[in-house]
Design a protein around this ligand. Sequence first.
Ligand code: GLN
Ligand code: ZN
Length: 761
Amino acid sequence: MAVAHSLGFPRIGADRELKKALEAYWKGVLSEAELRRVGRELRAAHWQLQADAGIELLPAGDFAWYDQVLTHSLMFGVVPERFRPADGKPTLDTLFAMARGVTHQCCGAGQAQEMTKWFDTNYHYLVPEFSVDQSFQLSWTQLFEEVEEARALGHAVKPVLIGPLTYLWLGKAKGEAFDKLELLERLLPVYGEVLERLAAQGVEWVQIDEPILVLDLPQDWKNAFERAYNLLQRAPLKKLVATYFGGLEDNLGLAAVLPVDGLHIDLVRAPDQYPVILDRLPAYKILSLGIVNGRNVWRCDLDKALSVLRHAAERLRERLWVAPSCSLLHAPVDLAREDQLDAELRSWLAFAVQKCAEVAVLTRAVNQPGDAQVQAALQQSREVQASRGESPRIHKPAVQARLAAIEPRHSQRQSDFESRIEKQRTRLDLPAFPTTTIGSFPQTPAIRLARQAFKQGKLALTDYTEAMHAEIRHAIAVQEQLGLDVLVHGEAERNDMVEYFAEQLDGYAFTRFGWVQSYGSRCVKPAIIYGDLSRPAAMTVEWIRYAQQQTSKVMKGMLTGPVTMLMWSFTREDISREQQARQLALAIRDEVCDLEEAGIKIVQIDEAAFREGLPLRRAQWGHYLDWAVDAFRLCASGVRDETQIHTHMCYSEFNDVIEAIAAMDADVITIETSRSHMELLEAFRVFDYPNDIGPGVYDIHSPRVPDTTEMVQLLQKASERIPAERLWVNPDCGLKTRGWAETEAALVNMVAAARQLRAMH
Ligand code: GLN
Ligand code: ZN
C-alpha cells in the first residue's frame, strides 16, 4: 500500500499565533512558559490537522521558534562566541539573541547572525557561523522533546533533520579562511548521536533533507555524500533523504544509490525525473513522489497526478510514498478561513491543510481506486480544471492579443543611451552629482492610520486624498529645503510596493489570512495572480501629477517593475512566469507612458527582486535573464528619448548578472552599496557599464546619521570606478522605515557631500 506523508507544515499558525506570541514574549508581556504553551498547542493542532486530512506519517521537528536552520545550529552547538552563555548551555534567549542580536553591557557587540534566502523561496534562514576550530556537540534537545510530545498525543511521527551536507553548505566560514567541508568528519558523530537517540525513542523513519542535491555541486561536495551517508547508515532506523525545489539532474545517480532507505523527489518543479529515477533506484528503496505543489496556492489536478502515481504504484508497489513537493512551510495554512473570496475563485485554491487532503486522496486513489470518496474527489477536481480552463476571468482575449502583437521594437528605446542622455541632460538641467532618494519617505503612524481608516470605509475619499496630499506637500517641502535635485512624492499612499499595484490590476486576488512566514515572526501575504493581467486605469498618475504641481524641481515617478511584481506574488501554473511577466510589463508600460504624458520627466521602475528570480541551476540562468531583461525593457521603452528611466535594485551581488543589468538599459540605476564600501561597483567598472549609476552612500537600515566626510569618501571611491559625470548621489532604499528626524539629518549631510564633490571636480 502507498503511504501518504508530509515533509513539513507551516508553524506560524492559521491566525499567526506564533508571531503574536513571539512578539509578546520579546516585549516582555508573555512569559517563557506561556510562549512554550503556544508552541505546544500549535504543534498539537498541526499534527491533528494533518492526521485528520489523512496524512499517515506526520513530520516532527518542522516546528521552530524562529527558523529551522537556527534550531539545528543550537542542536549541534554551533553558537558563535558572542552569544555563548557562561555555563555553555544555550537557552531560548540564546536562540533569540542569535536571530535578533543583543547589545552586551560590556562591549556592545552581539550582532545577529546573518540572514539569507532559503534557496529560491521568500523564506529566510539564519546562516550558521563556523570557525576553523569549530566543534560540534549535541546541545539542544527540542527535537527529542517534540517527538515525545507527538507520541504522547498518539501520532506516529517522522522527525525531520536538515542533512549534514546541506547544513554545512548553508553556513559560512568566519575568521581564518578554511574549507567548511573539512568540518564534515567532526559533524557526523553528532548526527549519529541524534539518530541513535531518535531510534531509542522508537522512531522508525527519519527524514533527512538534502535540498542541495538539486544544485550545481562541486565535485568534492558530491563525493562527500557517499562518505557521510555510509557513516550514518549504522544508525538503527530508516532514513528518507528528501530533495526539493528542483531536479536532481547530474546528482540523480548519486542520490539514488545513497545507502539510505528512501528518496523523496520534487515532481512539481522537475516532473521529468520520473520515470528516469526508476532505472536508478535500488530495488529495496522507498520512492516518495512530491506531486502536490508545496509552494503555491492552486488545487492539484488530481487526474494528472494520478496518472503518474498509478504508473509508479505498479512498478513500486508498497515502496511508493506520496507527498507534497516540499515542506508546506511555503504555503498559507488553511483555505477554510477565506470567507471573502468568491466561491469560484476559492474552488480553485488549496492551502496547506487542503494540500494534505490532496496527498491523502491521491494515496487512497492508488490503494483503493474504487473508493467512493476518491471518485467524488476526482470528479470535483475535473470540474475545477474545466472551470479554470475556460473561465473568462482567467483568459482574456484582449490581453492575449496584445501580447501576441509585441514586436522586438517594443523593447527598444528610440535611440541608444549616448543620444538619450544628451537630450535628458539638456532637458533636466541637473548639476553634476545630482542628488535624489529611492522613493519612500517615513511612513508615520498618522499615514498608516489614514490608509487603514480609508480602507475600512471610515475615512471619505476626499479626506483621504487630502491627507495624502498633505503628506506629499510635506515631503516636497522637506526635499526642497534640503536642496535635493530630483524629488519624489514619498509613497505615503502605498502599503507595500507590490500590493499597491496588484490591487489596481485586473487578474490579481487577495486573501485575508494567506500568511506565509518570511523570517522569525515576520510573515508576508502575497497577492495571487489568477488571470491574465491588465490595467483598467492609471495607477499612480494623479498622485505624481499632484506632486509635480507643487514644485518647480523635477519630480520622479515611482513604479514597481514586472519581475518584482511576479517574484513577490503567488503565480499561475497554467502559463509560464515569462508570459506573466510580459503581461505585467505591458500594464506598467502603459503607466510609464501615462506619466510621461502627464509631464513627468523621470520615471523609476523598481526591480528589487530581479536577482531573486535566478533559477537554482546555472544552466537555466540565461533563459531567465533573457525574459526578465526583456520584460523590463518592454515596460521602459514606450517613452521618448527625453524621458529618463531609472531602475533600482537592493542587493549587492552584481558580478554574475552585470551583463543582464546593462542589457536592461535603464538610463540610471540606483543600487545598494553603502555596506559594501563601494566595492560592488567593481563589477560595473570591469564590465565598463555604460549608463548612469547612483550607488547608495549611506545605509538607511540603521538610525545612525552618517557624516558628510564619510559620504564624500565613499563618493570618491565610487568615482575611481565610475566616471564622475555618470554618478548620482542617493541613499540606499527603504527610508519609509525611518523617522523624519534622522532622515532629514542624514540627507542634509548627503546634499553637503554632493556639493563638496562638485567643488572638487
Ligand atoms: N521605492 C521603494 C522605496 O524607496 C523601493 C523599495 C525597495 O527597493 N525595496 O521604498
Ligand atoms: Zn531597494
